[in-house]
Design a protein around this ligand. Structure first.
Ligand SMILES: Cc1cc2nc3c(=O)[nH]c(=O)nc-3n(C[C@H](O)[C@H](O)[C@H](O)COP(=O)(O)O)c2cc1C
Length: 360
């Protein structure tokens, strides 16, 4: 059902969960750590999503896993995304997500990665009339009393129209919102997202549809809203190292951070990530983020290269502050907020592993 969205800061609902804004931060494996989700919320995302966690647990032969999901009350409303192929396991995983604090359980039916699809999970769940996918939705929706949502692609093969069959089936099976990334799984991230398909899905179901794919500016967000009638826009790659994109959408104005703001936010992200992953893992995890942040502001080209070689986050911070000395005062102000995270003391760890391979 088409929605006439007045403002991306509108409150809306998925089932009985109130979402304070129509900008949703995408689930991204290897990116959507707690620090990223918190940053998204601070910059106005109405809903944030975890990266996908495996319903199969550590025992699964094909699945290499890396870590457990940590979630806390200040991230809420939070969607935890699960993937798997077995309805019983998925139902049990969903119960665990809710016990750990998830407000919504999202089912991954878009992951194009072979390691995942060959187990019958991810994008293959929209195939063959979406029969297996619908059984999973039904099992999960029966298992939990929070809304269950599905994130999918147009289908597996190029040109596939499986979404048009799958969407109504998932709604009938109990899904209370659908996210469509209108590329095929075969496409991975090449080509463009065809949001005429999003408009089609909106016309086929009455639950809210969230549009995902290539929304990287205010202009694009408004064009997708107007041409599809979707209930919300999901931002993925556009928010990497650029939480100001979220803010610009929600506040409907250009937000161009200066060097000091970029460095202060980057340092905050570094510190929160160290708090979450520990120094050693954070150093490697953060390397891709350095390049992403330095696309904002105006920094010498050599800085990106320098950051990618540093072995400690203290050196990263020193290099960043040397490039924007004025950020020192901003960082000092943030310190208290970061320290306050420890006072919250409400972190829950979900006993389901995050996948090494992800996508959707
Ligand atoms: C690095 C990366 C990891 C991703 N991981 C997931 C995931 O775990 N689950 C999922 O449903 N989608 C995943 N996606 C897909 C995104 O959520 C989103 O649908 C897609 O990137 C298109 O949106 P964008 O153009 O705004 O990035 C991932 C995308 C990227 C780039």
């Amino acid at each position: 059902m088409a929605i006439d969205v007045r403002s991306l800061s509108d409150t809306w609902r998925i089932g009985d969960v109130e979402i304070p804004g129509r900008v949703v931060l995408a689930p991204m494996a290897g990116v959507s750590v707690q620090a990223f989700r918190r940053q998204g919320r601070r910059h106005g995302a109405g809903l944030v999503c975890s990266e996908m966690v495996s319903a199969c647990g550590l025992g699964h032969g094909n699945e290499r896993t890396k870590d457990y999901l940590r979630i806390a009350a200040d991230e809420r409303p939070l969607a935890v995304q699960i993937f798997g192929s077995d309805p019983v396991q998925m139902a049990e995983a969903a119960r665990m997500c809710v016990a750990a604090g998830a407000d919504l359980v999202d089912i991954n039916m878009g992951c194009p990665v072979r390691k995942v699809t060959k187990t019958g999970a991810g994008a293959t769940l929209t195939e063959d009339g979406a029969e297996r996918g619908a059984r999973i939705v039904e099992a999960v929706a029966n298992a939990v009393d929070v809304p269950v949502t599905v994130k999918m692609r147009r289908g597996v093969e190029n040109g596939s129209r499986d979404f048009a069959v799958a969407g109504p089936r998932f709604e009938a099976a109990g899904a209370q919102a659908l996210t469509l990334h209108p590329r095929s799984a075969k496409q991975m991230y090449t080509g463009t997202a065809d949001h005429t398909l999003t408009a089609e899905l909106v016309s086929l179901v009455s639950v809210p549809v969230i549009a995902s794919g290539d929304i990287d500016s205010r202009e694009r967000a408004h064009a997708v809203l107007e041409t599809t009638g979707c209930a919300a826009v999901m931002i993925g790659r556009g928010a990497q190292g650029n939480p100001w994109l979220l803010q610009s959408l929600v506040e409907d104005r250009d937000v161009r951070p200066d060097n000091e703001t970029v460095v202060a936010e980057h340092i905050r992200f570094v510190r929160e990530t160290v708090r979450e992953l520990g120094e050693r893992r954070a150093v490697h995890f953060l390397r891709k983020f350095h390049a992403w942040y330095l696309r904002r502001g105006h920094f010498p080209r050599t800085l990106r290269q320098e950051l990618s070689t540093l072995e400690t986050t203290a050196e990263v911070e020193a290099a960043l502050l040397a490039a924007a000395p004025g950020a020192v005062a901003l960082v000092a102000r943030m310190e208290a907020e970061i320290a306050a995270l420890d006072q919250l003391g409400d972190d829950a760890e979900l006993d389901l592993p995050i996948s090494l391979y992800g996508g959707g």
